[in-house]
Design a protein around this ligand. Structure first.
Ligand SMILES: [Zn+2]
Ligand SMILES: [Zn+2]
Length: 226
């Protein structure tokens, strides 16, 4: 889908987040859309230059921070490597103008936050701040599914197999006027590895898990501190 429709924007729910490069500290912009594009740009607008962080920066700094094992893990993720983005890819002109304009406006002291509800099939990859953290929650209680029933166990699937926390992430997508708020369940294991604390800026990806007859919830697949 990404390769045949090379121009991304409103139609594919494109999102653009101002952030900093975790390796060199430069101001960059993280772009993602429903086609699966994940790419960091140096600046907004044509020609949408990809942030090509120097390999020395990436490897030397990453290894000093993460250690050899951590580096291998980080490199296998999408972090600063474009995904689904190639020489033929582009961004809609109207979308392009919108994000440039919004970047120029001073950020409001208290941006209005709009809660983003999960819907079956929805996924999101974004940069945001970690807000509320409930470190240990009872998934069965939260979703009102009895813990001692086989049906309950099957309904919750992987959610029932490990400990989860509940977190809220706030993002500021430049293509929208308001901030967005996502509340999700996150496996303890992921939160621990990320080492992220309240107020930290993080990369995250979520998918909507539809539990038949119960409800749809956001579940975090990846979270990593900047
Ligand atoms: Zn797209
Ligand atoms: Zn960089």
């Amino acid at each position: 889908m990404a390769w045949s429709n090379a121009v991304h924007g409103y139609w594919c729910n494109a999102k653009t987040y101002p952030t900093t490069c975790r390796w060199c500290g430069a101001e960059v912009f993280f772009f993602s859309c429903d086609c699966g594009c994940k790419v960091f740009f140096d600046s907004l607008g044509p020609p949408w230059p990809i942030h090509e962080c120097s390999p020395e920066h990436r490897y030397a700094q990453a290894e000093s921070i993460l250690g050899k094992e951590g580096l291998a893990r980080a490199m296998s993720r999408f972090m600063m490597t474009p995904l689904n983005w190639g020489p033929e890819s582009g961004v809609e002109e109207r979308y392009s103008q919108q994000v440039i304009q919004r970047k120029r406006q001073p950020a409001p002291p208290r941006p209005r936050l709009v809660r983003q509800d999960p819907a079956p099939g929805r996924t999101v990859a974004a940069v945001g701040r970690l807000r509320e953290v409930a470190p240990r929650i009872d998934v069965h209680q939260v979703l009102a599914v009895p813990a001692d029933s086989v049906i309950g166990f099957q309904l919750l699937g992987t959610l029932a197999q490990e400990d989860h926390a509940r977190i809220t992430l706030h993002t500021g997508d430049l293509s929208k006027e308001d901030g967005q708020s996502y509340t999700c369940l996150v496996p303890h294991r992921l939160l621990r590895t990320a080492g992220a604390a309240h107020g930290d800026q993080v990369f995250f990806s979520l998918h909507a898990l539809d539990i038949p007859g119960v409800r749809c919830v956001w579940v975090c697949d990846a979270i990593e501190g900047l």
